[in-house]
Every structure is written in structure tokens, then in C-alpha cells.
Design a protein. Structure first.
Length: 244
């Protein structure tokens, strides 16, 4: 399999989709480099992967801090000699009406979802250009495809990432691959951090009814990675079959 032996950075790796991606890729022979803020969870995840025979290291990473992404890339190269893939997965959702004026939440989503992804790209690209190969995978969202109330700024950040991903793909000239993966409702902790109680309750109810598993997104990542080097899977939308 194409994942065998690949050195892969995953941000937001301490839970949800990131954790599932880490476990799945390690089981498929990848050497995973895990970044997230919660050190205890990262330690447990690395231990679990190693017990199962996989290879993993971690670096405590706040993607709002550009230097943290640079350090994570350095950790990958220092530990394993190079970097094959970066998966910009970390993200947050702060859903509310626009006229509620939750400016602090808007800024937080911009800092994490948009700037954090850009920092990951900026940290990895010099390595990929020097090597002449690499793969950037950005985890986006179907919220950037179908616009609905309460998700204006969240969807805006995701649409920005979608635009950046496509522009980067076109600029790559085949020297590195670029993939955007847009999950729909997935059973993760993301909903637990929505500050608006009504929005959190409504989203949680719908998630309980129709959500797919984080492992389903991890399998989409594996699919993109397992294509031949001259095949670039530019965009994957993966959602529950009953989702609007």
C-alpha cells in the first residue's frame, strides 16, 4: 500500500477525526507525527499505536502559533528523515447568528480553521519543494458547500480553505499533491464546543441521528494517499447518505 512507510503529520490528532486518521494510518504502516494541544491525550494515543505495532511521535501543538507548526514539521524530519504528508485537520465550530455579534468566536474560527491551516501549509511547503514530492490534505467541511443559518463565519472559513486548496493544487505543477476532504455530520467532540446552547443541542440531536464515524473519514484519507504518484484526488465530499 502507498501508505506503508510514509511519514505523515496530523494536526488535531488528540480526538475525533484526527485520532481516527492517526490510528488508521499507523495500522496501514505509516509513521505518524501527531500534533494537538492536549499532551495527555497525545501520550495515550502514541502508546496505543505503539502497542499495536505502529510508529508514532507527538509534539504539543497550538496551530494558532505558526512556530508550533514549524516545530512539528522539524520533529517529523528530525525523527524520520523526511516528510511525505501533512494533514491539516484541526478545526473548531462556534455557531451563532450573525446578529449576535460574537466577534471573539469569529476571530477564533479564523485563527484556527483558516490561519492554522495556512500555517501548516507554510511549514510543509519548503520541505516538499526541496524534496520534489509531498502531499497536503486539508480537512474542510460540507458546511462550506451548503450554507445554512448559524454557520456563516464557520462556513466562511471552510470555504476559504476550499479555495486555497484548489489554488494550491493548480500551483503545484505535479511536484506535490493537494487534496481537500469535506466531511458532513461526523460523530466527534466538535459539537461539544459550540458555545450557543440552542445551536449545540440542535446539532447534537442531528448528529446522534445521522452521523457517520470518524473512521469513515480516515478511510477517505487512505484512499487519497493510496493513489499512484501521478494521480491527485483533488476533492472528496463524504457525508451520511441521508444528509441533505
Amino acid at each position: 500500500m502507498q501508505t506503508q512507510g510514509k511519514v505523515i503529520i496530523i494536526t488535531g490528532a488528540s480526538s475525533g477525526i484526527g485520532e481516527a486518521i492517526a490510528i488508521t494510518l499507523a495500522a496501514n504502516g505509516a509513521k505518524v507525527v501527531l500534533g494537538a494541544r492536549r499532551q495527555e491525550r497525545l501520550e495515550k494515543l502514541v502508546s496505543r499505536i505503539k502497542v499495536d505495532g505502529g510508529e508514532a511521535v507527538y509534539g504539543v501543538t497550538d496551530i494558532k502559533q505558526r512556530d508550533d507548526l514549524v516545530k512539528l514539521v522539524h520533529l517529523a524530519c528530525q525523527t524520520y528523515g523526511h516528510l511525505d504528508v501533512i494533514i491539516n485537520n484541526a478545526g473548531i465550530a462556534r455557531l451563532s447568528r450573525m446578529d449576535d455579534g460574537q466577534v471573539d468566536d469569529w476571530e477564533e474560527m479564523i485563527d484556527v480553521n483558516l490561519k492554522g491551516t495556512l500555517y501548516g501549509i507554510a511549514a510543509a511547503l519548503p520541505i516538499f519543494k526541496q524534496q520534489g514530492f509531498g502531499h497536503i490534505i486539508n480537512i474542510i467541511s460540507t458546511s462550506g458547500i451548503k450554507i445554512v443559518p448559524l454557520q456563516g463565519v464557520y462556513a466562511g472559513t471552510k470555504n476559504a480553505v476550499r479555495t486555497i486548496t484548489e489554488a494550491l493544487r493548480q500551483e503545484s505543477g505535479g511536484n506535490y499533491r493537494v487534496t481537500g476532504i469535506s466531511p458532513g455530520f461526523v460523530n466527534t467532540e466538535l459539537v461539544d464546543h459550540i458555545p450557543d446552547e440552542a445551536a449545540r443541542s440542535a446539532t447534537k440531536e442531528k448528529m446522534d441521528q445521522i452521523a457517520i464515524a470518524p473512521e469513515d473519514i480516515a478511510n477517505a484519507v487512505v484512499y487519497a494517499l493510496n493513489q499512484p504518484a501521478n494521480v491527485d484526488v483533488g476533492d472528496i465530499v463524504i457525508r451520511p447518505s441521508v444528509q441533505d
